[in-house]
Design a protein around this ligand. Structure first.
Ligand code: ADP
Length: 338
């Protein structure tokens, strides 16, 4: 769907994105995670063709696209964090794009369907003024206004950060249905682990405008300080210490690869080799993956959320349940810098 090549994007003389080469396949779900100011919203603006990259090219289905081009208008659509709604009825807001497109067949039916898709009963909501809606309802109306267009690409900027849990769940469900029914490609900037770990096919980590394919990995940024044995360390919020090797120059972030973390119940074994370290945490959630065979265990270690993939029998052997204390053991030599 997209191919980004040598993107360098500037605001004034400040560089905010630097992406060498990345492709996003059609009908995929991509999660974007990164700290504030890392460039997530800027990247979404480029992908929806509201802005043009200062340097480099974005190919959309193999072609270059000019900002605001008709070829992508209504087909590639962004749900911003704080969507703008017209001060009119819910119906008018959802019908707006279709009317502009001159596509007015069965407006009532299609608007009703889009509202139902986001969990808003048309008979109760269609005539309501948008100024009377709660934040979560307004966000869902804004999503319905995009879904009614049956977009090829739906970009979502922190869709669940500012809304109630129920709206969050409905937004996720409606977006997923768009992918299932129409093959919509979804790209979601979010910190919501439910999106990132249960829903997305790919998770891209963004730091200072650079993208890394960290997958299920948990990204950790500094500050780092020099610790014992010539290694770097980071003190986590609860005082535990994460030990990492010295990076090559220019690298700033580590991604803990869950495949290299060993989960146990025992804590640090006094006979562990010196290169093995451990962190204590607790299981915050267990989630059976779609294949029915593997389980994602979300482990909270201080401020870090680490998601590990386990076989079902491992979960049974370890008698894991949400709230259970566990230890994660890792070899610091295997930690990678990005
Ligand atoms: P994120 O969405 O990850 O929080 P943004 O894409 O909003 O990050 O911002 C990335 C960087 O670009 C920030 O340093 C921000 O201050 C800067 N920035 C974003 N938009 C503009 C703009 N219109 N003009 C100047 N600087 C901007």
């Amino acid at each position: 769907m997209y191919h980004l090549q040598n993107i360098d994007h500037y605001y004034g003389d400040k560089q905010v994105l630097s992406i060498e080469d990345i492709s996003i396949p059609p009908a995929s779900i991509t999660g974007l995670i990164g700290p504030n100011g890392s460039g997530k919203s800027t990247l979404l603006k480029l992908l929806v063709f509201l802005e043009e990259p200062t340097y480099g090219t974005i190919f959309f289905k193999g072609k270059k696209v000019a900002p605001f081009a008709d070829t992508v208008r209504f087909r590639v659509t962004l749900l911003p964090q704080e969507p703008y709604l017209l001060r009119r009825s819910v119906f008018e807001n959802v019908a707006y794009g279709l009317k502009i497109r001159g596509d007015t067949n069965d407006l009532k039916g299609r608007v009703g369907e889009a509202l139902a898709q986001v969990g808003l009963a048309p008979e109760n909501f269609a005539r309501r003024k948008c100024t009377t809606l709660s934040g979560g309802e307004a966000q869902r109306v804004a999503l319905a206004a995009r879904l009614v267009l049956r977009p090829e690409v739906l970009l979502l900027d922190e869709p669940t950060a500012m809304v109630d849990a129920d709206s969050g769940r409905l937004i996720r469900k409606a977006s997923l249905r768009a992918r299932e029914e129409w093959g919509t490609t979804l790209i979601v900037a979010t910190h919501d682990w439910q999106w990132l770990y249960e829903t997305c096919d790919t998770v891209l980590h963004l730091l200072h405008g650079k993208l890394f394919k960290g997958g299920l990995g948990c990204s950790v940024y500094g500050p780092w300080r020099l610790g014992q044995r010539g290694l770097l360390q980071k003190e986590l919020e609860d005082g535990q210490i994460l030990v990492v090797p010295i990076p090559e120059e220019g690298k700033q972030m580590v991604i803990l690869d869950p495949a290299r973390l060993k989960i146990s119940l025992s804590g640090k074994d006094p006979f562990l080799k010196w290169e093995m370290n451990s962190l204590k945490g607790f299981v915050s959630r267990l989630f059976l993956e779609r294949n029915g065979k593997t389980v994602q265990a979300a482990i909270k270690v201080a401020e870090l959320a680490i998601t590990i993939r386990l076989e079902r029998n491992q979960v049974e052997d370890l008698k894991l349940f949400p709230g259970k204390e566990v230890s994660l053991t890792y070899d610091h030599r295997e930690i990678e810098w990005f």
